[in-house]
Each structure stands twice: as C-alpha cells, then as structure tokens.
Design a binder for this molecule. Structure first.
Ligand code: SF4
Length: 304
C-alpha cells in the first residue's frame, strides 16, 4: 500500500495534479486525497484551484460538474463506470409537464444529476444548501428533481413553497432499514441518530439530526458531549468521522450501506489515470454545457 501512495505522490507532483475525493469513496482513497468533501464543497473548490489536472475520485456526475465549472482544466475520473443511478432518475416529460401546468415554476435540480438534467433546470442545489436556495427563489412552485426524499426534507424547511415531486431516489439511502437503525439504538441507547436527507421518511422520522455528509461530520465534531452516534448514510464517511472524533463510537445499520459505484474506485485506478491521462471528462454539447453551467453558477451565487 505504501508503495502505491508513494507512486501517487510522485505522479501528482509530476503532473501538477490535485486529487479530490468524495466522503463516500473507500478510506484508502480518502487517505491520498488533497481534499475530501461532499458535492457542494468539492464543486466550489474545483473553481478556485490552480492545478491544471483534477483527479476526481467520485461518480460520473461529479467529474462532469467539475469539468463544467473548469472547462480549461483536465478532469480525470479514475473509474468511468462509477455512475450514480439517481443522477438519471427523471425524464424530460416530468419537467415539461410541470412547466406546462405552473406558470411560475422553478426547476430545482440536485447536484446528483447528469449535465443534461441540469440543463433542463433553473438552479442546482446540494443537500447542504438546498433549503437556503429554494427559500431565496421568488417562485412559489418548485419542481425538485431527481430525489424525492431530499425534496420532502427541503419542503419541510420551506413550508411557504408548493413542491412537485419526482420519483427518484438513491438506492443506498432509500432501502436503508429504519428497523436496523432502531436495533442499533436498542444496543446503544445513548447514541444520537445522524442521517442524510436522501434517507427514506421512516428514517427521517427517528433521526436526532438530518443533514448533508459535511453536516453529519460537523455535528459529531461540534458535540463532544456525545460519545456514540448511529450513522444513516454511506459507510465511507467513517474515515472523516473517526479522524474528527477519535474518542467516539460510530454505528451503522447491520446491512452495511456501501455505495457500490463509489467503491469501485481503487488506488490502481488513480495511478492509471495519473500515468496515462485516460478517462478525461469531456464537455457535453455546447447548448447543454452552457445551460448546465448556468445552473451550477447560479447555485454558487445563491449559496454565498
Ligand atoms: S450514495 Fe447514492 S446518491 Fe451517492 S453516488 Fe451512491 S447511489 Fe448515488
């Protein structure tokens, strides 16, 4: 393992590359990353970095967003088959039907979506900033795509808006079992339940805290008075949680929530793209790239 880390460090220096990793990738990948974060943090960061090469250890839409925001940089995806199923879970018909029905509709698109889906939308959001951005929109009617669970969570925070929902979901969070979380609570009654808003409503109901991956990590960090936490999101987050709170214990549902796509990325994949420059992300057709970029830029402006 150490030899691989050494080789990655050397290649990174040679290519003047920066490695970005999402919290959900395997711990050994997070260990070699220059920056670890959620979609919001990484998308903002990608704009401010000087390195001409970005190795994005995450799923396809993340690399695509980084490329849209940094069209002149080389963005490399270590494993191009690592894709997020939710990123595709809405059709143009859903958007067109809602636009036909509501005059003042705003189409709000979770960053976990393809560039094409972003291009149908007015503004992009992440789980960390969605409520703030929706509240700032002048529109009363909000079509929130593609994630239904996040849409319901945001609607509960912005009750003066009317939401139209779409049947998309993250399989990892949708099929997480509330009973398995309650089983952990029975075993560890003092533990606080921290969950991601992509979770199904049965889990949201029993949570002590609901927030993005960064939000969950910050909650654990900012509450040293609690020593045990039950985590309702993807297991990869353990790397940062244990780094921030080495004194605390973290429990996950018995059916371990691992994102198979994020987990496809290996150190060998990272070495390969650094060596060969393979799997470079290309911009989508100009019309789509322009419209998708506008939704991301609007998000960064509204989230300031
Ligand atoms: S955890 Fe869910 S939303 Fe995130 S990349 Fe995996 S499938 Fe997509």
């Amino acid at each position: 393992m150490e030899e691989k880390y050494e080789l990655i460090r050397k290649l990174k220096e040679e290519k003047n590359a920066v490695i970005l990793a999402h919290y959900y990738v395997a711990p050994e990948i997070q260990k070699i990353a220059d920056y670890i974060g959620d979609s919001f943090y990484l998308s903002k960061l990608a704009v401010s970095l000087d390195n001409p090469v970005i190795v994005f250890c995450g799923v396809e839409f993340m690399g695509e967003s980084a490329k849209l925001l940094n069209p002149d940089k080389t963005v490399l995806l270590p494993e191009p088959t690592a894709d997020c199923p939710m990123a595709h879970m809405v059709t143009k018909k859903v958007v067109d039907d809602a636009k036909a029905k509501y005059d003042d509709l705003a189409v709000v698109c979770y960053i976990n979506s393809t560039a094409e889906i972003k291009s149908w939308s007015d503004v992009c959001v992440t789980s960390a900033n969605a409520a703030k951005i929706v509240a700032a929109l002048p529109n009363k009617n909000i079509l929130f795509i593609p994630d239904r669970n996040l849409a319901h969570f945001v609607a509960s925070k912005v009750p003066d808006k009317h939401f139209i929902y779409n049947e998309g979901y993250c399989p990892r969070h949708e099929f997480m079992s509330a009973q398995e979380i309650l089983d952990e609570k029975t075993k560890h009654p003092e533990a606080k339940i921290l969950v991601h808003p992509e979770c199904n409503p049965d889990i949201i109901k029993i949570a002590d805290y609901i927030g993005s991956t960064s939000g969950i990590i910050n909650y654990a960090k900012e509450h040293p008075e609690y020593k045990e936490f039950i985590i309702g999101t993807v297991y990869g987050v353990i790397y940062k949680l244990e780094e921030e709170r080495p004194d605390a214990a973290f429990y996950f549902p018995a059916t371990m929530p691992i994102c198979i796509n994020m987990n496809k990325i290996t150190l060998d994949h990272v070495i390969n793209v650094l060596k060969t420059g393979e799997n470079s992300v290309f911009l989508p057709p100009e019309e789509i790239a322009k419209a998708a970029n506008a939704t991301l830029t609007k998000m960064l402006e509204l989230a300031k």
